[in-house]
Write a protein that binds this ligand. Structure first.
Ligand SMILES: NC(=O)c1ccc[n+]([C@@H]2O[C@H](COP(=O)([O-])OP(=O)(O)OC[C@H]3O[C@@H](n4cnc5c(N)ncnc54)[C@H](O)[C@@H]3O)[C@@H](O)[C@H]2O)c1
Ligand SMILES: O=C(O)C(=O)C[C@@H](O)[C@H](O)[C@H](O)COP(=O)(O)O
Ligand SMILES: [Zn+2]
Length: 364
């Protein structure tokens, strides 16, 4: 098993990455003696809940199973989870376990953040996306019809337990969605990793071959943990955490336009990465050949390369104007100064953005 520290002072925790962890009691030692309850979704409940209940000696009465998918990540669901927590008379020393993908992690984590002003929670990611990204770093929250993740809180988990065996049941489309966030790390901060993904790493990851998934999850988590350690709450003044948002200003616009759940988060991020690379090339910051390498890797992951039918540049502009990185009324984007080096900037030629939006919104 690989163990990775997230260095955040009194909020420090460990990420455990390995196979068979759901069934290994020693991985859950930090929860011993505490009241434990669990939130999951119905897909994950059918596949992986029995193993966790057996390991922890819990019953179905200790679990809340919600519907699956992005459409669940909303205020109504949060209210339902909070109401259930209250009905269980959880005290402040209880621990909430979030078993599932990023939707469950964000939703349950948010409820843990605000229940009686905050109780402990543990992330048990079961999707590739959640293992490499959403389970780490403490962003929790729900969507609003006006935009993604607009309601939320920073609340770090007490531990992350990533059992790679759970990926065996993950549908191919979800694996591709997770790959988008993996590619993101290479583009934003690790050119060597990007090249490894191009040279067979992505294919081995998608095939869940040998040690590759463990190595990739560890590499992504290490990069994210380092950035979060430098800028835990994404300083509005422009700390490094915003770089983890590469591709997300475009991607969140697509998810909101399409209606939550029609495009997977990772699918929208994949397209956002392609658009961010294209814009960076239009600005002359990276070469056209480098932008094409980004597009090719996103395509190799089986991700879409064009926005939803009917989405116009004006739709992008309207939705991107509500992005959380907007400051002083100005749109700020994460773009590439080089492949492997992202920057948060408002200093780009707006005509280049128009040309980029026009290019991708062309009729297919
Ligand atoms: N907090 C963060 O830092 C952060 C980072 C990235 C993404 N996110 C959020 O994460 C969400 C996306 O997460 P996701 O891609 O994991 O989606 P998800 O949680 O909806 O899971 C995807 C689908 O796979 C199913 N599933 C989960 N694990 C499975 C398994 N092992 N086998 C079979 N099916 C399984 C789920 O039931 C669901 O239908 C978005 O809401 C996004 O905004 C948050
Ligand atoms: O952890 C972060 O910081 C990220 O930006 C990771 C993203 O992959 C993730 O989708 C996050 O939820 C986006 O955050 P938001 O602040 O843009 O809502
Ligand atoms: Zn994301």
């Amino acid at each position: 098993m690989r163990r990775l520290p997230v260095a955040l002072g009194e909020r420090a925790y460990e990420i455990q990455i390995g196979r068979g962890l759901l069934a290994r009691p020693e991985c859950w030692d930090s929860l011993a003696g505490r009241r434990r309850v669990l939130v999951t979704d119905r897909h994950v409940a059918a596949l992986h809940l029995p193993a966790v209940l057996a390991t922890l000696g819990l019953t179905e009465d200790d679990c809340l199973v919600v519907d699956a998918g992005e459409a669940v990540k909303n205020w109504d669901s949060a209210e339902r989870v909070l109401d259930w927590m209250l009905s269980k008379r959880l005290a402040r020393d209880a621990v909430l376990i979030a078993l599932g993908g990023g939707v469950i992690g964000d939703l349950a984590g948010f409820c843990a953040a605000i229940y009686q002003r905050g109780i402990d929670f543990v992330q048990v990611p079961t999707t590739l996306l959640a293992m490499v990204d959403s389970s780490v770093g403490g962003k929790t929250g729900v969507n609003h019809p006006r935009g993604k993740n607009l309601i939320g809180a920073f609340h770090q988990p007490r531990a992350v337990i990533a059992d790679l065996d759970s990926l065996k049941t993950l549908p191919r489309r979800e694996l591709s969605a997770g790959a988008a966030e993996v590619i993101k790390y290479g583009m934003l901060g690790d050119a060597a990793f990007f090249a490894e993904l191009e040279q067979g790493g992505l294919a081995a990851l998608m095939a869940l071959d040998g040690e590759t998934p463990a190595a990739v999850v560890e590499r992504c988590c290490a990069l994210k943990a380092r950035i979060v350690g430098l800028d835990e709450r994404e300083a509005v003044a422009g700390g490094p955490r915003a770089l983890l948002n590469l591709g997300h200003t475009f991607g969140h616009a697509v998810e909101t336009f399409a209606g939550y759940g029609h495009w997977l988060h990772g699918e929208a991020v994949g397209l956002g990465l392609v658009m961010a690379a294209d814009l960076s090339a239009r600005l002359g910051w990276i070469s056209r050949a480098e932008a094409e390498r980004c597009t090719a890797l996103v395509a190799a992951a089986g991700l879409p390369l064009l926005p939803p039918e009917g989405m116009t540049p004006a739709d992008f502009r309207r939705l991107m104007a509500g992005d959380k990185k907007v400051a002083g009324g100005q749109l700020r984007l994460v773009l590439l100064r080089a492949l492997g080096e992202a920057v948060l900037t408002a200093d780009f030629d707006d005509a280049a953005l128009s040309a980029c939006l026009q290019h991708y919104c062309r009729p297919a």
